[in-house]
Ligand binder design. Structure first.
Ligand SMILES: *Cc1c(COP(=O)(O)O)cnc(C)c1O
Length: 434
């Protein structure tokens, strides 16, 4: 369940009226709920702990889903580790209080300077995706007089996910080393001075709402673990990635529904993991992103104008695709809840909800039936906590959106809206035009 609900005719985040945030911080604004993040993390971590022998399950929050400092600090304080994909993310994870020995570095293309930074910081594990990266990591680490613990990210040739752009586990995708190559690379790594191979990793996609694809991929990995050990290699860790999905069409009555799922997807996943990895004697890693933060955040926006046409009604809002790109990029669906609770008998209108950006792709939804709205009304795009603000940009010279973290009756602006000085001040004119 999440903690956004109507009270006294207005939508609240926990005990804070969203109208107050709109007045004090302005719109568009992302609002995150601490209680929701905490609840989701605890439920997920407990379920994964039940899937492994005591002390052998490790959760690394995939911070690309939401890298807001308040969100990160909340998760670090709960004991989560961090799954990072760039030097910037490693730096931010450290700044947020994640200990280096709970940071994993994933990603398709890690540069020499990024690897050097990661090794120097003393992170837990590098997930190696190519043979070149194996060599580079060893060279970088040994030059620093270190041996970095690492795993191979394997491409299990089983892709899954809510959209082609977020499928990662198919052999057609750019991720990981192929199954057939792992044994040879393991053998090579044994002769390299700067790495210590600890096991395997995989991540097959995102927004996956069944357990069959995971199971097929994990079962292949379990066989591979046995094969590699048979060849004398050390396989102590199995990092199972993230990717468990969430429903975006959320009913307003969520009583008792963890993660807003129909009953039991997390439990079914944990039971499957236990079944498939039982007896393997490995440390299990998990890298959830969307599942932890997805429905812990909303994007609140204000209606600017109505634009009636003969065949449709456009609702122009002050948020745009640069603030929330998921509908434009992944054809994603977000529920829209008016901040003022709809009263019985309010007429309904089918709207195309669009932002101010100068391209037709800047459309959040078409033909969405909503209670009639007017300029200045506030609406919330629900389930915007994952891949929302973290994918925002300044396209059209729009300011990076503000972000707010709510806790009980308190809220804090954890990322102030960018200023025009900040936006424009980073550019430099070439000397010949200065
Ligand atoms: C993006 C990503 C994740 C998180 O995926 P979710 O679908 O948000 O759970 C985990 N691991 C890796 C390697 C990723 O790239």
């Amino acid at each position: 369940m999440h903690h956004f609900s109507y009270r006294d005719g207005s939508l609240f985040a926990e005990d804070v009226d969203l109208r107050r945030i709109a007045d004090e911080v302005g719109t568009p604004v992302y609002v995150y709920s601490s209680a929701t993040i905490e609840r989701h993390y605890r439920l997920y971590a407990q379920a994964m702990q039940s899937a492994a022998p005591a002390g052998k399950a490790h959760v690394f929050y995939a911070m690309k889903a939401n890298g807001n400092l308040g969100v990160l600090k909340t998760l670090a304080s709960l004991g989560a580790g961090a799954d990072t994909v760039s030097e910037g993310e490693i730096r931010k994870a450290l700044a947020a209080g994640f200990p280096a020995n709970r940071i994993v570095f994933s990603g398709v293309g890690k540069s020499e300077s990024e690897l050097r930074f990661a090794v120097q910081a003393g992170i837990y594990q590098v997930n190696i995706e190519t043979e070149g990266e194996l060599d580079l990591l060893s060279r970088v680490a040994s030059a620093l007089g270190k041996r970095q613990e690492a795993v191979f990210r394997v491409n299990p040739d089983i892709g899954a996910g809510g959209h082609a752009k977020i499928t990662t586990g198919s052999s057609e995708n750019k991720f990981g080393v192929s199954f057939e190559e792992v044994g040879r690379l393991y053998a090579r790594a044994a002769n390299l001075p700067g790495v210590r191979m600890m096991g395997l990793a995989l991540h097959i996609g995102s927004q996956i709402q069944e357990t069959e694809s995971f199971e097929a991929a994990y079962a292949k990995m379990a066989v591979l673990v046995g094969d590699l050990r048979g060849e004398g290699h050390r396989v102590d860790r199995l990092d199972l990635g993230g990717g468990l999905g969430i429903p975006y069409d959320i009913p307003q009555d969520l009583e008792g529904r963890d993660f807003d799922h129909g009953p039991g997807l997390i439990e079914a996943y944990a039971a499957m993991v236990k079944r498939v990895t039982q007896g393997l004697d490995v440390e299990l890693g998990f890298e959830p992103g969307r599942l932890i933060v997805g429905n812990a955040g909303i994007l609140m926006t204000r209606v600017l104008h109505l634009n009636p046409r003969p065949t449709k009604q456009f609702l122009v809002v002050d948020a745009a695709m640069n603030d929330l790109v998921r509908p434009a990029m992944y054809e994603a669906y977000h529920e829209i809840w008016p901040v003022a609770e709809p009263q019985a008998g309010t007429p309904e209108v089918a709207y195309d909800v669009v932002g101010p950006i100068c391209e037709s792709g800047d459309t959040f939804t078409t033909g969405r039936v909503l209670p009639a709205l007017a300029p200045d009304d506030l609406i919330a795009f629900m389930t915007a906590g994952a891949y929302g603000a973290s994918m925002s940009s300044t396209y059209n010279q729009r300011l990076l959106v503000a972000e707010v973290l709510v806790k009980g009756a308190d809220y804090a602006v954890t990322r102030p809206r960018q200023t025009f000085e900040e936006l424009l001040g980073t550019d430099r004119a070439p000397p010949w035009l200065a």
